[in-house]
Ligand binder design. Structure first.
Ligand code: NAD
Length: 349
């Protein structure tokens, strides 16, 4: 078991990697515990829940709405939750985003923590204190920053993940190597077959290395004012593809990372050979499908939260293992999208 601490100006968080629910019971309050989970996780892991009131939301991205947050707040109120109550989000990224949001707004904020049950949430979504829900087709437009007191990642729970969700998590795992650690990228690529067996020890080592990267970035910039933006690599196009094609988050991010890598080459930031390296690794890991960009993608991006007065902060690569942040005009972005869409449609023929 490994413990990582995030001590930042915005609060403290303890990450417990490779433990089990028993390891976090001493960190929970004796009473006033409310567990927020989803329909699948409660069915699979309900027996492992600590003693507390259980609130269940429908599994899936569609639950990430203000209506869900409001409904949960109402249930908390009816069940007598007060400012001393404690919320434990028990699930994947969707549950963590919703439970974190509820914890940060209910009675102006109550204590909270997560048991993180998907690969994607163990490497990314449960860590760092970003909460959020979607507004129509716009992802995570409403949200807050609030660090969970602790996050437990029990890697043995990843065995029950459906194949597509596991591969989705690989997308975010890869991302950490691609933006910050070339060796991690190569090690994930080399482990693709072993990873498929979901051995908790092999997974645990790679997850630990990715989480260390995320923790270091969050410690430096907890409110995403600057350097933390590199964690959004692949997300600008990824969010559009996720919403438009209704594909799992990490698969959309993987595709978004490839498009952002193409953009990096187009802008002269990265040599073409690095793009090929990325393409081959993601293809071998089974993560690339033919998901074309929808028309109007640039105006969707411009309205997305990353747009500021006619330009977008874009995370590009200078090589695999090194992300850089660049400001890009919306006009420049449109030129690239025209180029990319043309090239993409030719390669599909
Ligand atoms: N807050 C952040 O910093 C952050 C970062 C990255 C992604 N996210 C968000 O995370 C969400 C995606 O998270 P996700 O991929 O975990 O999706 P998810 O929470 O929807 O989980 C995927 C599916 O797996 C099921 N599941 C969960 N744990 C399981 C287990 N152990 N065994 C079997 N099934 C299980 C769920 O019920 C669901 O059907 C997106 O909404 C994304 O925006 C947030």
């Amino acid at each position: 078991m490994n413990r990582i601490r995030i001590n930042s100006t915005e609060g403290k968080s303890l990450l417990v990697l490779g433990g089990t629910v028993n390891d976090i019971v001493p960190l929970l309050p004796g009473r006033g515990l409310f567990i927020i989970t989803d329909t699948n996780v409660s069915r699979l892991y309900g027996n492992s829940f600590p003693v507390g009131e259980v609130l269940i939301v429908e599994a899936g991205e569609r639950s990430k709405t203000m209506e869900t947050v409001e409904g949960l707040c109402r249930k908390l109120l009816e069940a007598g939750a007060d400012r001393s109550s404690f919320i434990l989000g028990f699930g994947g990224g969707v549950v963590c985003d919703i439970a974190g949001m509820v914890a940060s707004v209910y009675m102006r904020g109550v204590r909270h923590a997560f048991v993180s049950t998907t690969l994607l949430s163990q490497v990314d979504a449960s860590i760092g204190g970003k909460t959020g829900v979607n507004l129509g087709e716009y992802k995570n437009i409403i949200g807050t920053f609030r660090q969970p007191e602790f996050v437990l990642c029990d890697h043995s729970m990843l065995r029950t993940l459906p194949e597509e969700e596991f591969r989705s998590g690989l997308g975010e795992l890869f991302k950490h190597g691609i933006i910050r650690d070339r060796n991690l990228f190569f090690d994930i690529s080399a482990s693709a077959e072993i990873l498929a067996e979901r051995d908790p020890a092999v997974l645990g080592d790679l997850i630990l290395r990715a989480v260390r990267i995320k923790a270091a970035v969050v410690r430096r910039d907890p409110l995403e004012k600057g350097p933390r933006r590199i964690l959004n690599f692949g997300h600008t196009f990824g969010h559009v593809l996720e919403t438009y094609h209704r594909i799992p988050h990490g698969l959309a991010v993987a595709q978004g990372m490839l498009i952002a890598a193409e953009l990096s080459v187009w802008k002269g930031e990265m040599p073409h050979a690095e793009l090929r390296l990325l393409q081959v690794a993601l293809e071998n890991a089974g993560m690339i499908g033919g998901y074309p960009l929808p028309s109007g993608v640039v105006s969707m991006i411009a309205r997305d939260k990353k747009s500021e007065s006619g330009s977008v902060n874009f995370v590009l690569l200078s090589s695999v293992g090194k992300a850089v942040i660049r400001k890009l005009s919306i006009t420049g972005l449109q030129e690239f999208v025209n180029y990319y869409t043309e090239k993409d449609s030719q390669s599909q023929q």
